[in-house]
Design a protein around this ligand. Structure first.
Ligand code: LLP
Length: 422
């Protein structure tokens, strides 16, 4: 469900025609819908609460879309933040998400980042390995504090739409291996610098069947019970993110209500606070990338290229994961659908958004919207080919605001210098 609809023959975000945004801000530009963000958060929350899961912490995965305005929108509804760097913690704090709703995850936290997280007072640090556990302990003891930590477990479950976004198999870099979990939990419990509060897992992204999540949750439940049987205290279980979204041509992901019912079945009778780290399911359908057609090139063999002003540096997912994004003309023209290879201006063949995509006829100057681009869109963009980062616009009802400006070429160049000894 999203709030990008054809209104009066053209695509609008809530009450704002996308043409207006493109004309004012230029293209390429990301456009986000407040109503969609809010709805996705509420639907998930209501599903979890409705399934009898108490008052779970929904720690939105900042990496999906880290714009401060997006974080503020979710934070105001009560969302926490799952962060993986000092930069993300700073963003969450800047969006006034209280530190006690911030989780710090990630496989390679630096000492300074751990110190920053402890000073900020984050709810918990999700520890991914024994050396990291020792470093957090050292930093906490030097500060004279006890760091609240959870152990991120690698439950050895295969999940996720693509190998590059599957994180829960034993051979992936993430998490503590199952045979080590109980020993490390006990080790943390005996440390004056650590206060273990729970377990966490995250097995992958764009997951469209519940079986893998169910398997992981059951393994986590088993661990909770075994750790408690040792007489150790464990109050929180973080089951990660990963729920998929419909990208048009993919298996329909399970609705949040089914997910919540599955979790409720697995954790029945287990007295823990639950936490979740959803990213994509909150942000993906809340955003589009707007681009303009620069050229329509027709080859003698009949192949047609649609060259846009957006490129792989703006939306990396098709190049990196062969991801499918629906492409919709903002003002669809009459006429037979035409097959286009939709490409950007970057000097790589990989800068191809779609091959042989059937679209209504398009002409130079027309606008198109890449749908479902609100998650892992702007956050994965780069300045490759020295292209300025696309700006971001947030819409709420009939209002809109630029929430990240397009950098000027002067901004981009001002970060670099050629030393005078050259
Ligand atoms: N928690 C942790 C520890 C994660 O690593 C991730 C995502 C999430 C939560 C959120 O997962 P979600 O609910 O969004 O599936 N760039 C890829 C996705 C990478 C996901 C990485 N981790 C893509 O564009 O498909």
């Amino acid at each position: 469900m999203n709030h990008f609809e054809l209104t009066g023959g053209e695509l609008a975000c809530e009450g704002v025609p996308l043409t207006r945004i493109a004309d004012e801000v230029g293209t390429p530009v990301y456009v986000y819908s407040t109503a969609t963000l809010e709805r996705h958060y509420q639907v998930l929350r209501e599903a979890l609460v409705g399934a009898g899961l108490g008052d779970p912490l929904i720690a939105y995965a900042v990496k999906a879309n880290s714009n401060v305005a997006v974080l503020s929108t979710l934070g105001r509804l009560g969302a926490g933040a799952d962060t993986v760097s000092e930069g993300e913690i700073r963003r969450a704090l800047a969006a006034r998400i209280p530190a006690e709703r911030i989780l710090f995850s990630g496989v390679g936290k630096r000492e300074a980042e751990i110190a920053f997280a402890l000073d900020a007072g984050v709810l918990e640090i999700n520890i991914e390995s024994e050396p990291e556990l020792e470093l957090v302990e050292k930093v906490a003891r030097a500060k004279g504090v006890r760091a609240s930590v959870a152990l991120r477990v690698n439950p050895d479950v295969k999940a996720g739409a693509h190998d590059k976004i599957s994180t829960g198999k034993a051979d992936s870099k993430f998490g503590i291996a199952l045979p080590d979990v109980e020993r490390l939990y006990a080790k943390a419990s005996n440390s004056p610098g650590l206060r273990p509060v729970g377990l966490a897992c995250h097995i992958g992204s764009q997951i469209s069947d519940l079986a893998s999540m169910d398997e992981a949750a059951r393994k986590m439940r088993g661990l909770v019970e075994r750790i408690r049987a040792e007489g150790l205290s464990l109050e929180r279980l973080d089951l990660g993110g990963g729920l998929g979204v419909p990208y048009f041509n993919q298996p329909e992901p399970p609705p949040p209500s089914e997910y919540a019912a599955m979790i409720a079945g697995v954790v029945k009778g287990l007295d823990v606070q639950l936490a979740f780290e959803p990213g994509r399911m909150i942000a993906a359908n809340a955003g589009v990338l707007l681009a303009r057609v620069l050229y329509v090139i027709e080859r003698p063999d009949g192949r047609r290229f649609l060259v846009l002003d957006a490129a792989m540096n703006d939306l990396l997912r098709p190049a990196m994961y062969d991801a499918y994004h629906d492409i919709r003309p903002v003002k669809p023209r009459e006429g037979e659908a035409v097959a286009y290879d939709v490409v950007g201006p970057v000097c790589e063949t990989g800068d191809t958004f779609a091959r042989d995509r059937k679209l209504p006829p398009l002409q130079p100057g027309d606008l198109v919207a890449f749908m479902t681009a609100g998650a892992y869109g702007a956050t994965m963009s780069s300045e490759y080919n020295s292209r300025p980062l696309a700006p971001e616009v947030l819409v709420k009802g009939d209002r809109h605001a630029v929430v990240r400006a397009r950098p000027s070429y002067e901004d981009m160049l001002s970060r670099e210098t050629a030393p005078d000894w050259l």
